[in-house]
Design a protein around this ligand. Structure first.
Ligand code: FE2
Ligand code: FE2
Length: 334
């Protein structure tokens, strides 16, 4: 079992081989104000670094923690090549106390420009091996516990994929949805580059991942809130602002629509949409933490590549759920 260093306590890990020890604290739901002791650490998040773009690689080169106790959650789409993924995660690992990574669709592409031509599960397992070599946590590791300010909270890196259940309005099946998408020209590149081998389909791979993840989340002790990190949101509501609603087919699964209630989710961290913002759904905070492509982030106010603080919370409950990001979804193929 991996050893993980957590601030001010011994390592506490859950799942992936069973509970290793128990935390006797109550279930925390209260939002926290950022403490004055900022040296106590921050739980930060980012996604969709897309470092194949030189401007985005420069953003990663300039990313620094606020304290030497900060953790960083990386919610997928680092890049398309294994070498790029290695460079980015190694760079971040050297700066943050702990880095947690989950795959995006881009890491799972078998891209012609990548010398590593592994497909599907073999490619994912290769990336997991790389992370283990670097000391970066993945969905295949026991869930670590954040015990810094705003904690304790179980950090659950997830790999769930999608299953075409977020269908366009008026479509009843995947086939109808895809036919509609081809008609509008909004078809995700995954259709050509994200292979499900040895599964017969991406949705079959998704079903297997959902079943296994459900089992592991059910093992998390009831006294702890959970912060899932997944490339796609657990609930469909963030898709409401897509300019191209049909793109939602490649953005998650309806199978997880109630997970934020079932598994005591405090904050759900995701990316993929390239619409960085905060939303609230049934009392649960959803954080889209993507950087996105240069042509996207150049249009946004504020500096690009800013790390999002997940804990400690900066605002009180009752903030009203104001979105902190830009409005207007793009939903273009990515
Ligand atoms: Fe992306
Ligand atoms: Fe993505």
């Amino acid at each position: 079992m991996l050893r993980i260093h957590v601030p001010s306590a011994e390592a506490r890990l859950y799942g992936g081989g069973g509970v290793c020890c128990c935390v006797g604290t109550g279930f925390l739901r209260g939002w926290r104000v950022r403490p004055t002791d900022s040296g106590a650490g921050n739980l930060l998040a980012i996604s969709d670094l897309h470092i194949g773009y030189a401007e985005n690689r420069a953003l990663v080169e300039n990313m620094r923690p606020e304290t030497d106790r900060d953790w960083l959650l990386v919610a997928g789409d680092v890049s398309e090549t294994v070498d790029d993924v290695r460079w980015a995660l190694e760079t971040l690992r050297d700066r943050f106390e702990k880095v947690v990574w989950v795959p995006g669709n881009h890491e799972l592409w078998t891209h012609p420009k990548d010398p590593v031509q592994l497909r599907g599960v073999a490619r994912y397992e290769h990336l997991v091996s790389l992370c283990r070599e670097l000391g970066v946590l993945t969905p295949e590791d026991p869930y670590p516990v954040w015990e810094g300010p705003g904690g304790p909270a179980v950090i659950a890196p997830l790999f769930l994929l999608y299953d075409y259940t977020f269908l366009p309005q008026g479509c009843a099946t995947k086939e109808e949805g895809l036919a509609y998408a081809h008609g509008t020209g909004i078809v995700c590149t995954d259709e050509h580059l994200l292979h499900p081998d040895p599964y017969p389909s991406r949705e079959a791979w998704c079903r297997a991942r959902v079943a296994e993840t459900e089992r592991r989340l059910a093992e998390v002790p009831e006294g702890l809130p959970v912060i899932p990190v997944n490339h796609y949101p657990l609930d469909r509501h963030p898709m409401d602002v897509l300019w191209h609603p049909e793109f939602a087919m490649w953005c998650g699964t309806a199978a997880t629509a109630d997970w934020h209630r079932r598994f005591r989710v405090e904050t759900m961290v995701y990316g993929h949409l390239h619409i960085p913002r905060t939303t609230w759904h049934e009392g649960v905070r959803f954080e889209e933490v993507s950087v996105g492509y240069p042509r996207e982030w150049r249009k946004r106010p504020g500096p690009p590549g800013t790390l999002r603080r997940i804990l400690p919370m900066e605002v009180e409950a009752g903030d009203g759920g104001a979105a902190s990001g830009v409005g207007g979804g793009r939903g273009e193929p990515r």
